[in-house]
Design a protein around this ligand. Structure first.
Ligand code: PEP
Ligand code: MG
Length: 570
């Protein structure tokens, strides 16, 4: 039995067999062979196995993900049967008497290079297909197994180096009971997705992929951030008990679903949800969300190979607005970059993607993308209570430029005879320290602020939110962060505006008492945290929390702040 410590990224307990989403070692030596005909036979065998494997994957993808997503496997099957690729490989084995692995790799590499150099998107995609197919055939030649997440048909815990947001989005909730990764933090997007899917997760274990083999029994303790490998039956029994207690606790919180979010001394706040897709609305409603405080629209653009059209976006935004039936919905415009990539944009790799060409910076430059999204939003505004928010605003100039583009699109739509709601609030995310510091000036021009602490903390502390080795610096309760938060809230209130928070800190048990005391108006969090937060706030007096907040602002260290909160909130 082994044990790993990591970061508790998504609540709950999961117990199941491990499924490694890890690329196996595909290295080999180039050798000469005695019997080329037998080697050709071995190659053909590997092709046949790869084919039947791909046919099964394609058929399953058709059912689970739809024909669009299955088309990629169809393309791979075509490559596998293509004599233009296979014949030169067989010829090479015969003529040069080399092993099939090296004949395959060298021939495929040549085609990949040739296609990649062509100035033609279609050919470049074929290069990617050849690379994928080569990997699959190579795995069969070497007798190792490639992971096939779409083939998972029993309850598993995913073990991987990291999970990209699009990997996470494709996890089948029915079978994937939990996950654990080597890297990542509480605010990496895989962790955020895990919370909205209610899949227990422990990230940043450093060595999960080294320690855990396929089929090992694993306990993921997403409450404490622990992973147990091949636990004793006693420990499994203990954890089944913890799981039951957790479910009971959840049933208690569920009683608050239709209750308002009011402190013990009658102060009202709004508890709203962060969502990534219209599908997440179900969770918002089931958890008593009073609205949507952050709709991360970038997920609409991810896991596909081209931009979503205006019409497709309009349908998604309309669905969310209608689904919330008049409750507020804050939609954030495209925030791509950082750990969220869009391969089809073909953006050059950057040294520091979190500090690079992302979010509003990209939208102000690639205006076609931005304008399409704004038009879709403006058209959808007729279907509910829409608020629009721009991400990663660093200067007033950026806000003014973005607002001007929005106004232009609005005028165009009106000129075309379309109706657009005339009370759309327009706000910004405060996630860059310069904006927090200048919040008093921004507050004169925006309708609201939403504090994005996930990024605000990483930029203030200069500690990458994805990097487990500097996670000790990632300190939401640092007096420096709390001072910035206070500046933003005070600046909003001085201009009669409201201030919300949509970073993960808004749903954090230790932060909530402080945020209540600092006067935060709207708390936006993973839907699954809302009822717990409501229960906590019901038991707190705002007047007491104001005093506490005032005290901690003047403290020196995070530890002092945590101790003060723990002493005040029993
Ligand atoms: C944030 O930065 O706090 C935020 C909510 O945005 P994201 O996590 O998508 O960067
Ligand atoms: Mg952010």
């Amino acid at each position: 039995m082994a044990f790993l410590n990591g970061i508790a990224a998504s609540n709950g307990i999961a117990i199941a067999k491990a499924y490694r989403l890890v690329e196996p070692d595909l290295s080999f030596d180039k050798t000469t062979i005695e019997n080329p005909s037998a080697e050709v036979e071995r190659f053909r065998n590997a092709i046949a196995k790869a084919k039947s494997e791909l046919e099964v994957i394609r058929d399953r993808a058709k059912v689970d993900l739809g024909p669009d997503k299955a088309a990629i496997f169809e393309a791979h099957l075509l490559v596998l049967s293509d004599p233009e690729l296979n014949s030169p490989i067989e010829d090479k084995i015969q003529a040069e008497k080399v092993n099939a692995e090296s004949a395959l790799k060298e021939t495929a590499d040549m085609f990949v290079m040739m296609f990649e150099q062509m100035d033609n998107e279609y050919m470049k995609e074929r290069a990617a297909d050849i690379r994928d197919v080569t990997k699959r055939v190579l795995a069969h030649l070497l007798g190792v197994q490639l992971p096939n997440p779409s083939m998972i048909a029993e309850e598993v815990i995913i073990v991987s180096e990291d999970l990209t947001p699009s990997d996470t989005a494709q996890l089948n909730r029915q079978f994937v009971k939990g996950f654990t990764t080597n890297i990542g933090g509480r605010t990496s997007h895989s962790a955020i997705m895990a919370r909205s899917l209610e899949i227990p997760a422990v990230v940043g274990t450093k060595s999960a992929t080294e320690e855990i083999n396929n089929g090992d029994l694993v306990i993921v303790d997403g409450l404490k951030g622990e992973v147990h490998i091949n636990p004793t039956p006693e420990l499994v029994a203990e954890y089944r008990n913890v799981h039951e207690q957790f479910e009971k606790q959840k049933a208690e919180w569920a009683k608050l679903i239709n209750e308002p979010s009011v402190s013990a001394d009658g102060h009202h706040v709004e508890l709203v949800a962060n969502i990534g897709t219209p599908k997440d609305l179900k969770g918002v409603i089931e958890n008593g969300g009073e609205g949507v405080g952050l709709y991360r629209t970038e997920f609409l653009y991810m896991g596909r190979d081209q931009m979503p059209s205006e019409e497709e976006q309009f349908e998604a935004y309309k669905a969310v607005l209608e689904g919330m039936a008049g409750k507020p919905v804050v939609v954030r415009t495209l925030d791509i970059g950082g750990d969220k990539e869009l391969p089809y944009l073909n953006l050059p790799k950057e040294m520091n993607p979190f500090l690079g060409f992302r979010a509003i910076r990209l939208c102000l430059e690639e205006q076609d993308i931005f304008r399409t999204q704004l038009r879709a939003l403006l058209r959808a505004s007729n279907y509910g209570n829409l608020k629009i928010m721009f991400p990663m605003i660093a200067t007033l100039g950026e806000f003014r430029d973005a607002k001007a583009i929005l106004e232009e699109e609005k005028q165009k739509l009106v000129a075309e005879g379309q109706t657009v709601s005339d009370h759309i609030e327009l706000g910004i995310m405060v996630e860059i320290p310069s904006t927090a510091v200048l919040a008093d000036q921004f507050a004169k021009e925006v309708d609201f602020f939403s504090i994005g602490t996930n990024d605000l903390i990483q930029y203030t502390m200069a500690a990458d939110r994805m990097n487990q080795r500097v996670s000790y610096l990632y300190q939401p309760y640092s007096p420096s962060i709390l001072r910035l938060v206070k500046m933003v809230i005070d600046a909003a209130h001085a201009e009669g505006k409201w201030a919300g928070m949509c970073g993960e800190m808004a749903g954090d048990e230790t932060a909530i008492p402080l945020l209540l005391g600092l006067g935060l108006d709207e708390f936006s969090m993973s839907a699954t945290s809302i009822l717990k937060a409501r229960s906590l706030i019901k038991n707190l007096k705002k007047s007491d929390m104001e005093k506490l907040a005032q005290e901690v602002i003047n403290m020196q260290t995070t530890d002092q702040v945590i101790a003060a909160v723990n002493a005040a909130v029993k």
